[in-house]
Design a protein around this ligand. Structure first.
Ligand code: M6R
Length: 647
């Protein structure tokens, strides 16, 4: 019998910093993963709510969508394509859907079986009285499928997910006196892999059951109603009170209450947290795309990352989440930074800064490589994992491995309450707010601001003098205003994009801290414009890639004024005399560069350690405009999902 639990406790979630900027609420932002789940039980008309929820999850990437409603009997609509197609298919069914107040919805990103109507979720059993949606991968699906087929079950899809619904049906039918909840529970004990599931049945029509193992699920708590979603984006317009299910937990919801337990039926204390982001933050706010909105949010985000952490009165940095660990960090044999994609690029910037300011050796590793070799890591090492979502499968696995081998593990995450944030020993949040665009922009600059502050905190009393720290902090707080000035060059960057949009290859070159920015610029371009782009250390060009240069190749140089500026100018000369088309990111007032480059995008002057915060912005805008001019869906690039939670 489900027990109604009244919860108002606010969780501290982990030993991550407790965010003190708002009195009671903690920052809970959204999980970003491929495939989307929504569900509802309560008293509202459910169909529009589910469709709207699925639209809010579109940014995660998907190729088919479906919903199931329970109104005496189960009705399922599902098909390949976007949610608005589903909505159209659905529009003729007004009579069936009116007054229905319990249902589930799903957006699928194909892993097992192609994107098609039959592979779309929800999946139903043969009698059509149980419907289930699933995120994740059932690794032993083939064995289970074989067993179920022997028992007479036929499968209509090629998905791993379909086994779950038949397994529940089978156990419910076979085990005497078993109820819906126990059937789900029993089924889950037989599966290996990852799941976030939401399931309903007309045999017990007053219940919605969810469970999580490796695939996030959030329960929104209303008055006599519950909302389910794979991230908080679909919930925020209805409730701010949420419960994040942990791995190995399930929940049974009825209108009258809910019960959270482990899969082996040990009752859990459900902790209700407060969402502190607003609906506007997950809407486009007048911009054509989330990516553009997020690029333009960067000045505000940079201020948010610094807020409460830089004390200008005494020119010091205070990082709540790591204050108690500064000595441990300073005395580490070395630091290892683990991340993927854009977060890895931020990690490389972190390495340069930490080595420069704190003289701690730093190794930066791709999480996906680290986890599959036998890395030398253990007690005395501090491993910093960087992840916007806090859910990236490779980063999570690498982090667990390092922890198991005795390293201290620190996190730098954006999504509060995410798995990585919860499992690290301590850490920092980036406070970039929800990032919806698949191409990461504001999360990157937020990570870099946090890494700059961290390296200053570590460098204090080591290589950095107080006046040096004071000077850098004074400059750092002015960076947001300088970033805003770069954004005013948007039209100018659009013109450059128009000129180069048809190129088939791009080369991005930079030295020192501009090398990771070159990598990031190239990644931005390729992921949304589908143009091949390569980032390289400028000096390495002559060791091979110079052979690529001809009159068709745009070469973007990050040539701001810093110690290697003159050397970069020589690299530009080398490209020019091979007829490469040079575009330079340069410092305002630099006359020399305009003689060498076809196009120059100017950025305000800033000290070298802060340069990545500014030089990356024109590259983000350039990628955005090129992709948009080529007619691509900038927010949802092909083949990509916001967060890669599978290998
Ligand atoms: O959420 P994470 O920071 O762990 O994600 C890592 C990468 O998957 C991510 O940065 C990816 O490279 C972005 N699409 C880049 O724009």
């Amino acid at each position: 019998m489900p027990v109604s639990i009244e919860c108002s406790r606010v969780s501290t979630l982990s030993r991550f910093e407790v965010i003190a900027r708002h009195d009671i609420s903690i920052h809970i932002q959204i999980f970003m993963l491929m495939c989307g789940i929504v569900g509802y039980i309560g008293n509202r008309e459910v169909a529009p709510l589910l469709l709207q929820g699925l639209k809010r999850l579109e940014y995660r990437g998907y190729d088919s969508a479906g919903i199931a409603l329970l109104n005496g009997s189960l009705s399922v609509w599902k098909q390949k394509g976007c949610v608005s197609l589903l909505e159209e298919a659905f529009s003729g069914s007004a009579a069936i859907i009116k007054d229905v107040t319990i249902g589930i919805g799903h957006t699928r990103w194909a892993t097992h079986g192609d994107p098609s109507d039959r592979n779309a979720h929800p999946h139903v059993n043969a009698e059509g009285d149980i419907a289930l949606i699933h995120n994740g991968i059932i690794e032993n699906h083939a064995v289970l499928r074989l067993e179920l087929e022997k028992q007479g079950y036929s499968f209509v899809s090629e998905t791993d997910s379909e086994v779950l619904v038949h397994l529940i049906d089978h156990l419910w039918t076979q085990i005497p006196l078993i109820d819906f909840e126990s059937a789900v529970r029993e089924a889950l004990t037989l599966v290996e892999g990852t799941y976030g599931i939401c399931v309903l049945s007309q045999r017990e029509p007053d219940k919605l059951i969810v469970a999580r193992q490796g695939s996030p699920l959030v329960i929104g708590v209303g008055v006599d109603e519950y909302f389910i979603a794979s991230d908080a984006a679909p919930l925020v317009e209805y409730t701010r009170r949420v419960i994040y299910l942990h791995d190995g937990e399930m929940a049974v919801m009825r209108q009258s209450g809910f019960r959270v337990s482990t899969i082996d039926n040990i009752e859990q204390d459900a902790v209700v947290s407060e969402l502190d982001f607003k609906l506007e933050e997950i809407e486009k706010g007048g911009f054509d795309h989330f990516m553009l909105k997020e690029i333009f949010e960067q000045p505000v985000v940079m201020r948010d990352v610094m807020r409460g952490r830089i004390r200008l009165a005494d020119k010091t940095v205070h990082l709540g989440g790591i204050n108690d660990h500064l000595e441990e960090l300073r005395s580490a044999h070395r630091m290892v930074i683990l991340a993927c994609g854009t977060s890895w690029h931020a990690g490389l910037i972190g390495k340069y800064l930490i080595e420069e300011f704190a003289r701690i050796p730093v190794q930066v590793d791709y999480a996906s490589e680290f986890r599959y070799r036998n890395p030398v890591v253990g007690p005395g090492d501090v491993v910093m994992v960087i992840s916007q979502s806090g859910e990236t499968a490779d980063t999570l696995a690498a982090m667990r491995m390092a922890k198991k081998r005795g390293a201290k593990v620190m996190g730098l995450c954006n999504v509060v309450g995410s798995t990585i944030a919860r499992e690290t020993d301590f850490g920092l949040y980036t406070h970039a707010g929800p990032e919806i665009g698949v191409a990461s922009t504001k999360a990157f600059t937020a990570q870099v601001v946090a890494l700059i502050m961290l390296s200053i905190a570590l460098g204090k009393n080591r290589t950095m003098s107080d006046p040096e720290i004071a000077g850098l902090l004074d400059e750092l707080v002015q960076v947001p205003e300088k970033a805003a000035r770069i954004l005013q060059r948007n039209e100018e960057i659009l013109r450059i994009a128009e000129r180069y949009k048809d190129a088939s290859n791009f080369f991005y070159l930079g030295r020192g801290l501009s090398f990771p920015v070159a990598l990031e610029g190239a990644l931005k371009l390729k992921e949304i414009s589908y143009i091949h782009a390569e980032g390289y250390p400028a000096a390495e060009m002559k060791h091979g890639p110079i052979a690529l240069i001809d009159k068709e190749l745009p070469v973007i140089f990050i040539a701001a004024q810093e110690s290697s500026y003159k050397k970069v100018l020589s690299n530009i000369e080398e490209v020019r005399c091979r007829k490469g088309r040079v575009i330079a990111i340069a410092t305002e007032g630099d006359r020399e560069i305009s003689r060498l480059a076809e196009q120059v995008i100017y950025i305000p002057h800033v000290s070298p350690p802060l340069l990545p915060l500014l030089t990356v912005i024109p590259l983000q805008l350039l990628a955005y405009h090129i992709a948009n001019l080529r007619g691509h869906n900038v927010d949802r690039p092909r083949n990509l999902a916001k967060s890669v939670t599978v290998e």
